[in-house]
Design a protein around this ligand. Structure first.
Ligand code: FCX
Length: 438
């Protein structure tokens, strides 16, 4: 059984050589034109970032080192007594490009459990915050404060060689992932279950098993399994999405992984990105309130048009890259399809029925390039069913997950010695001058 550090020691020189070869042979090859529409259109479609762990195909959806979600469900080790992918095996795949053995997966679970306690100053910081402060703000603040113990920042201050950057970055990333459950659970307990004790970390449990335990739902095996799947499949979605891209940009300044990931969390906290899962549930509850018990396709259609006509977006639908139903949405729906108690839940029914109607309405509306659901359309309703009804908290769970991909890439950015990110911007006048000459 190898440690994740040993595997990376093997894999990194191979990737470094690949990148050297690419640089030497193809530096001047074109990957496409930069059009004015790219510059004024949020850089959509511009191939401008190196991101190795996952690639998003508009039709097929996400693949992690070439593996689809169903491939991962078959190949990655679940928790003892479970079936779903766990964070440890997904992180191992993302970081190393290899499928870990069961022993390797368990070893990583144990390391996370051993490193999972929060430092006192972070506990005090979180406990001092007003309960009315949004849980995502609290999460970002807590992650930033963990940089007190950054090994990368300390090593940089001591003076280290560039070739050593990745090893210290890796230690920070592992410590941060290990501590996220305790931090995220503390926020939940403080805000929604004040004055009740939080469970300690169980060294025999996986990362998400401990997270669910600390949230106070450890007795619920189905919710634990759901969150294992949820956290594994939200882990990475290539590099250009706002949270992953933010971590990459901030990390490129050699800001440590804690500060880089705190910044990413504040990007995730926007309603067009991670906050959409909170918004979906709020919107679905409003729909239910308005149409009452008589849920018909006609009623749902009417509510959808009302949302669109009032100039709002339909949360959980559309995507910057995808042009098909999101395979993460499908995976979460399949989780429900094998559990009759979930299928019978009115909120889950409503999400399912909305999926039957919304693509047609969005096509007729004619604006969005992708009328299909993204992952956020499905993720919240199952949590709601299992009693985790505080939907302002949902994006925090996404925030625990996205660390897997964003932090993987920070390790690789340092291992490959990627430079400070600094794209060129242009003013409207400068663009006009260029295009008028053509
Ligand atoms: N409902 C209504 N209008 C929509 C829409 C939706 N779900 N999705 C896109 N549109 C509109 C856009 O607002 C835009 O209108 P405009 O021309 O007036 O500005 C037009 O359609 C073209 O947008 P499009 O190119 O299809 O989409 P973008 O790449 O600009 O935006 C997001 C992608 C995801 C931001 C957009 O589809 C949206 O706002 N969706 C709802 C929020 C959401 O679910 N976000 C989560 C996404 C993701 F899965 C995640 O990050 O978690």
């Amino acid at each position: 059984t190898k440690t994740i550090r040993e595997v990376l020691q093997e894999v990194i020189p191979q990737k470094q050589a690949q990148l050297q070869e690419l640089k030497a042979k193809h530096s001047q090859a074109s990957l496409g034109d930069v059009k004015v529409e790219n510059v004024i259109g949020g850089m959509r479609g511009l191939k401008a970032m190196l991101w190795d762990a996952s690639v998003l195909d508009p039709i097929e959806g996400i693949r992690f080192h070439g593996l689809s979600i169903p491939d991962c469900q078959k190949q990655l080790t679940p928790a003892p007594g479970g079936k779903e992918i766990i964070a440890e095996s997904m992180l191992w795949l993302l970081l190393t490009g290899r499928v870990p053995t069961e022993a390797e997966t368990r070893q990583l679970s144990r390391e996370f459990a051993e490193k999972g306690d929060l430092p006192k100053h972070v506990e005090q910081l979180i406990d001092s915050l007003p309960k009315t402060l949004h849980p995502m703000t609290q999460l970002g603040m807590g992650v930033a404060a963990l940089n007190h113990d950054s090994q990368f920042a300390a090593a940089y201050e001591r003076g280290i060689k560039k070739s050593e950057y990745w090893t210290h970055t890796l230690e920070d990333c592992i410590n941060l992932i290990a501590r996220l459950p305790a931090l995220a659970a503390r926020i939940y307990r403080n805000v929604y279950k004040p004055g009740t004790p939080i469970a300690g970390i169980n060294k025999d449990l996986d990362l998400v098993g401990n997270y669910v335990n600390m949230l106070g739902y450890g007795h619920n095996h189905d919710l634990t399994e759901y969150l294992r799947l949820y956290i594994a499949i939200h882990g990475d979605h290539e590099g250009g999405n706002a949270s992953a891209h933010t971590a990459h940009l901030v990390g490129s300044t050699l800001s440590d992984p804690y500060l880089s990931y705190a910044a990413a969390l504040f990007a995730l906290a926007g309603p067009l990105h991670g906050l959409a899962n909170q918004e979906v549930l709020r919107w679905q509850m409003n729909m239910q309130k308005e149409i009452g018990d008589k849920i018909t396709h006609e009623n749902i259609k009417e509510f959808l048009w009302k949302t669109l006509k009032s100039g709002q977006v339909v949360p959980g639908y559309g995507h910057g890259v995808l042009r098909n139903p999101d395979p993460r949405f499908i995976a979460l729906q399949e989780f429900c399809s094998t559990r009759p108690e979930l299928l019978a839940d009115p909120v889950i029914q409503l999400v399912k029925q909305t999926y039957e109607v919304a693509p047609g309405v969005l096509k007729e509306h004619g604006k969005t390039k992708n009328p299909y659901p993204n992952v956020d359309a499905a993720s919240g309703c199952v949590l709601y069913h299992y009693g985790l009804t505080e939907f302002k908290y949902y994006t925090v769970i996404f925030g625990v997950s996205r660390a897997l991909g964003a932090l993987t890439q920070l390790v690789w950015a340092r291992a490959l010695n990627l430079p400070l990110e600094r794209p060129k911007s242009l003013s409207i006048d400068a663009i006009k001058q260029i295009v008028e000459k053509q």
